[in-house]
Every structure is written in C-alpha cells, then in structure tokens.
Design a protein around this ligand. Structure first.
Ligand SMILES: Nc1ncnc2c1ncn2[C@@H]1O[C@H](COP(=O)(O)OP(=O)(O)OP(=O)(O)O)[C@@H](O)[C@H]1O
Ligand SMILES: [Mg+2]
Length: 242
C-alpha cells in the first residue's frame, strides 16, 4: 500500500536556527502516528510542513499524492485532503456550532445549505455533540469546543488528520473526552499524525511513535518502545518530560 504521508530527508531552518535536520518517516493508510519530544524539538514545525503551512528548505514531502515540496503545489487541493487541529480551537464566536462547521463546506465546496446542515449534524454526532448544534461556542466547555473544532475538520472529509497538542489546554476530564473522539476516529480507519504529551494515549492508540530530539527522528517504533527506550535521550524525556 502506498504511503499517505512520506517525508524524506526534510530540512527546515528559521534564519540561522536549524529546526528540522533531515527528518524522514512514512505513514500508511489508517495508521496513527504519535510524535513526541521536548519543547523546541521541531514537532509542530514538522506537522506544519506536512500541510504546507511552512515551506521546507530541502528534502521531499508527499501527502496523499501531493508533492508538498514542489513549488507548483496546489495548496487548496492539499488542504482539502488534510485536516489540522491545534491547541486553540479558533471557532467563530458569532456563529453557532453548526454554522462554524457549515462554513468551509459551503464556501470551499459550494455545498447547499440543507446538505451542509446535514453534514454538520453527521460530524457532530461523531464527536458526541449533536445536541449542541445551535449553541454558540461560548456556551460550550473547552473540551466540547475542541470536539467541535475536530468536527469542523471532519466536515471537509479529509484523508489525513493532523493534531497538534489538541488537549494541552484542557483539564484531565476534558482531555479524556477529546482523546476518546480521536480514538474513535483511529478505530474508524482515519490516518492521523498527532503531536501529544499523552504518553498513555500514544502507547495505546498509535501504530507508531516518533520521538523527535533536536530536529531529528531520534527513535521510532511501536507504542511499546515507550516501555523500553533504546536511547538515553528518550529515557530522559520519559522520566523528566511529564
Ligand atoms: N515561525 C518561526 N520563526 C522562527 N523560529 C521558529 C518559528 N517556528 C518555530 N521556530 C523555532 O523552531 C524550533 C522548533 O519549534 P517547534 O514549534 O517546531 O517545536 P515543538 O517541538 O513543537 O515544541 P513545543 O513542544 O514547545 O510545541 C524552536 O526553537 C522555535 O523557536
Ligand atoms: Mg509544538
């Protein structure tokens, strides 16, 4: 099976700061990759490069058949295939939950109102928030708002989902409900890359864990690698980092 995402020897600097120093990894269809590592190790940058939010200096990135490193990349086509969710939910406060979700399908896909509403209800059901369709974001908890942000991404029917520390701003109970939604997505076969500090979740859900250290993939393996680190750096990260 061909890779959904493939990074080969990706380099990226911000000015004089080398942030990615030859990063390579692949993800196959329906795989869940957990990216872990200390602050500043390049996790978010790697994720942002996959979605062409950053341009790379050298190397190759293929995502769902798109050559992301190519100057001729069709960014819109790429972003139709790739959903990304961040720590901050960025919902529009003046729109209801359903309207927030309907926005992109209506504008980008020219979907009619009734169809977009039906789609919004479908994705809200997936994240367990159908009953909040006509509420405003401020009437929701942080965890619920994050689940709406995930639903909004799902409404574009992406082939790949990227999650960058989506639970970091949430307290443990709300974190749990967001992780459950992500676990459901994984079980339904969504290809996902998630940057996370939730080691128990990574161990349980990820088909592969990638430990980044100083801009490199330092160690990679199945979730069980967290129980048996091969490098001093991963071992230290696991004992301090949490
Ligand atoms: N737009 C930018 N301009 C300049 N430097 C940047 C930019 N984005 C990131 N960096 C630098 O790149 C390095 C890696 O940042 P990145 O955000 O990828 O780390 P991270 O692993 O996601 O960390 P964290 O766990 O804190 O989110 C850091 O030194 C950061 O300061
Ligand atoms: Mg980050």
């Amino acid at each position: 099976m061909s890779a959904v995402v493939s990074l080969s020897n990706v380099h990226k600097s911000f000015g004089a700061v080398k942030v990615l120093k030859g990063v390579s990894f692949d993800i196959g269809a329906s795989e869940v990759i957990a990216v872990i590592g200390a602050s500043g190790s390049g996790k978010s940058t790697a994720l942002r490069c996959i979605n062409a939010l950053e341009t790379i200096d050298s190397g190759e990135i293929l995502v769902c058949g798109h050559k992301v490193h190519d100057a001729a990349l069709d960014r819109r086509a790429l972003r139709r295939d790739v959903g990304i969710v961040f720590q901050s939910y960025n919902l529009f406060p003046h729109l209801t939950v359903a309207q927030n979700i309907m926005l992109a399908p209506s504008c980008v896909k020219n979907m009619g109102k009734a169809e977009a509403r039906a789609l919004a209800e479908q994705v809200l059901a997936k994240v367990g928030l159908l009953e909040k369709a006509d509420n405003y974001p401020e009437q929701l908890s942080g965890g619920q708002q994050q689940r709406v942000a995930i639903a909004r991404s799902l409404a574009m029917q992406p082939k790949l989902m990227l999650f960058d520390e989506v639970t970091s701003a949430l307290d443990p109970q709300l974190t749990g409900e967001v992780l459950r939604v992500m676990e459901d997505l994984a079980r339904a076969g969504m290809s996902m890359i998630l940057v996370t500090h939730e080691m128990a979740f990574a161990r349980k859900v990820a088909s592969k864990v990638i430990f980044m250290h100083q801009g490199k993939v330092w160690e990679t393996g199945p979730g069980a690698m967290l129980d048996n680190p091969q490098t001093k750096e991963l071992s230290e990260f696991l004992s301090n980092g949490l």
